[in-house]
Design a protein around this ligand. Structure first.
Ligand SMILES: Cc1cc2nc3c(=O)[nH]c(=O)nc-3n(C[C@H](O)[C@H](O)[C@H](O)COP(=O)(O)O)c2cc1C
Ligand code: SF4
Ligand code: SF4
Length: 425
């Protein structure tokens, strides 16, 4: 059986599945039950200075797929609304009872050295394993000069990270905001400040929908609303891209990354690890389905690793990084075409409509004697865009097949159709 043991930024855990800083980790009752369920670690819900934050009612909204499953989750909650003292006391007790599991504490205080110095010392005294600096909360806290207001300014990211490293011996993980143009700048700043790791993503600025009767966005607080932070499966592609950007940036190469954003099952986790993540964090999936999902995550990941011959996480960690490159390095001479399997085709015509109306008119509709239609790809017209494969409702009915390249690898950099091509290399 594959070994899921994890060492992330010097922090040991029985597995890479950690609960992200959020309601699932905001008190001892939750965290202890999460450990019992098998989570390898938690990042305690963000602590701040007293007086504790005060939350509004209501707080969450969501987007759904056609079957009613949550695809995106939105919240306007603030950091912990319990006192610092209670949180610290509980953290100390939980760590004592659960020495093997990772316990990282998320922090957010004003951008004043004394404030950071004071809180990191208090956390250190609890015996916690590490600190996570919340530079990402996108609502409420930025209006007070914290959260994303810090994460959006690389100089401040670097400064605060430096203070924490100076005043604490604990590993410092900097949690980044995705509400920024280029995530690499904040990751570089964290590294420059001495961060032991980065974690990403925090939530994305969002409005999930409008109540058209009340003419107000959701969630509704006495007839008004505000933008929230988006998370859940819908944000996974954005998170994966940002993780890959940092993993393949020479300036941050090798900096440990904790992957967060839409992780709902073992496969999602494996994808983040393949892009270089050393641990993964989960929030929405646990909030929607409960703590028990971790059993399937651990089991699925171990089984898949066994099937691939990977004995430990390091055996496949980062293997997809080198294959994630800039567009200009892709092979211009590589060619795939769509192929329709007549045996599984149900004749719905969706592929034809999408290719005919919006792509390359590369699917022929052939009327049959019985009044039905047969659909056939016109290979010479097909550019291999994948649209019909994506549109087809029948699994594996349309497959993309590689055609033998009659020319060697050629990147756009050297392609003669590129007016700015490099010549003579
Ligand atoms: C209700 C709620 C509260 C959250 N509170 C915090 C917080 O206090 N500190 C923090 O760093 N992130 C917070 N987050 C963000 C999560 O830790 C995580 O970064 C984000 O939800 C993406 O992961 P997911 O797609 O698995 O939910 C919160 C998320 C939700 C849904
Ligand atoms: S891959 Fe694109 S171009 Fe080719 S048949 Fe399908 S939709 Fe048309
Ligand atoms: S979308 Fe799929 S099932 Fe429908 S006609 Fe095209 S190939 Fe057949």
């Amino acid at each position: 059986m594959a070994n899921l043991k994890t060492t992330f930024a010097g922090i040991q855990a029985p597995n890479p599945f950690w609960l992200a800083s959020a309601p699932p980790t905001d008190k001892a009752y939750n965290v202890e039950r999460a450990y019992e369920a098998g989570w390898g670690g938690v990042v305690w819900k963000t602590l701040g200075e007293d007086p504790a934050a005060v939350n509004v009612s209501s707080r969450y909204s969501a987007t759904y797929d056609a079957k009613g499953q949550v695809v995106g989750f939105n919240n306007i909650e603030l950091i912990t609304d319990r006192s610092l003292e209670i949180n610290l006391r509980e953290i100390e007790a939980v760590k004592k009872h659960w020495p093997e599991q990772a316990l990282v504490v998320s922090l957010m205080v004003p951008c004043v050295e004394e404030s950071w110095k004071r809180i990191v010392k208090l956390v250190e005294e609890t015996g916690a394993d590490g600190l996570e600096l919340n530079f990402g909360c996108p609502h409420g806290m930025p209006e007070r000069g914290m959260g994303a207001a810090v994460g959006q300014v690389p100089d401040i990211v670097e400064q605060v990270t430096r203070w924490c490293k100076l005043h604490s011996r604990l590993p410092v993980i900097v949690k980044l905001t995705p509400n920024i143009t280029d995530i690499r700048f904040s990751a570089r700043a964290a590294k420059a400040g001495g961060a032991d790791a980065v974690s990403l993503i925090n939530t994305i600025n969002s409005i999930t929908g409008i109540d058209l009767d009340q003419m107000v966005a959701r969630p509704i607080v006495d007839g008004k609303s505000t933008h929230g932070g988006y998370c859940g499966p819908a944000v996974k592609p954005i998170a994966l891209n940002m993780v890959s950007e940092i993993a393949r940036d020479p300036a941050t190469f090798g900096l440990p990354i904790s992957g967060i954003g839409g992780i709902s099952n073992w496969r999602d986790a494996a994808e983040f690890i393949a892009l270089g993540a050393g641990s993964v964090q989960v929030c929405t999936a646990a909030m929607i389905h409960g703590f028990r999902i971790v059993s399937e995550m651990k089991d699925g990941l171990s089984r898949w690793m066994d099937s691939k011959g990977y004995e430990k996480l390091e055996d496949f960690r980062g293997l997809a990084v080198a294959n994630t490159t800039d567009w200009k390095y892709l092979n211009m001479n590589y060619k795939v075409v769509a192929n329709i399997n007549d045996d599984s085709c149900i004749g719905c015509g969706r592929c034809y409509i999408s290719c005919e109306d919006t792509s390359h008119q590369a699917i022929a509709k052939l009327p049959q004697p019985d009044g039905s239609n047969r659909y056939q790809v016109i290979e010479d017209e097909c550019v291999g865009c994948n649209l019909c494969e994506i549109t087809c409702p029948v699994s594996a009915c349309i497959t993309m097949e590689q055609r033998e390249a009659d020319k060697p690898y050629l990147s756009w950099i050297h392609d003669e159709r590129n007016p700015h091509r490099e010549v003579g290399h």
